[in-house]
Design a binder for this molecule. Sequence first.
Ligand code: MG
Ligand code: MG
Length: 309
Amino acid sequence: MDTRRCILIGAPVQAGTRRLGCDMGPSAYRAAGLGPVLAALGLTVEDRGNLAPVAGGGPVHPNPAIHGLPEVAAWTIALARAADEAGAEGVPIFLGGDHSLSAGTVSGMALRAAREGRPLFVLWLDAHPDLHTLDTTTSGNLHGVPMAYATGAPGFAGYLPPLGAPVDPHHVCMIGLRSVDPAERAALGTAGIRVHDMRAIDENGIGVLLADFLDRVRRADGLLHVSLDVDFLDPGIAPGVGTTVPGGATFREAHLAMEMLHDSGLVRSLDLVELNPFLDERGRTALLMTDLAASLMGRRVLDRPTRSF
Ligand code: MG
Ligand code: MG
């Protein structure tokens, strides 16, 4: 595979949330110039257009709050396949779409890693752990379950596709948490996932936390998947998301993380999720997410011309 080849895959997934608008995300990233921005870094960029869900179906879950389950199952099949295939060729960048899409991208990349005889590590940049199971979710919004699914938590069998290679929870690091439901808190306490909430960022600096995780990935010869939820960022700089939580990562914290990820050379795939262009302000969130993706792929903030936002 070629780490200088970016494969853009649109994933207009909307089924994981009741707040409409995420399905416009891929278009917003293209309008923000993501492809040309990456190409300007000297990378090969291939835009494969938008993926379509593989027709699914499946049983009705007894939890009456759940909605969109057959659609999420259908997307999970399509996205896992796309991740596994594109991950063998270059660096897939998934343009979401709500965060339920990561059920597919993370499980697909885990399979890709297993084929290469290496462990998959996941960096989860999000205000939320998205660690509900189908039984514990009270909102029924399936963008809150992908990490539970991908790490092999119970209760998904028969509803979402069987996992080819569950991710070891000890290989997951979550940074930026500040909204955790009680059931997720209990799961975090036992799962073995490394968790750094906003206070940990305040006290230590995001660089120290991330460097420690990247060392672990390197020592284990792991593949690293990064899942970047818009709400990782402070809503003051990234308003285009349906789940704003105050007190998120700053512009510099986010760029530092991306620059460190680039320097590590470990990143094999990236999700850009939860952008809701309907809630955005003249594209500023789409532009910021595009800039962050560019930082992750090698651009330095100091190298770029001044842009207003
Ligand atoms: Mg999320
Ligand atoms: Mg979130």
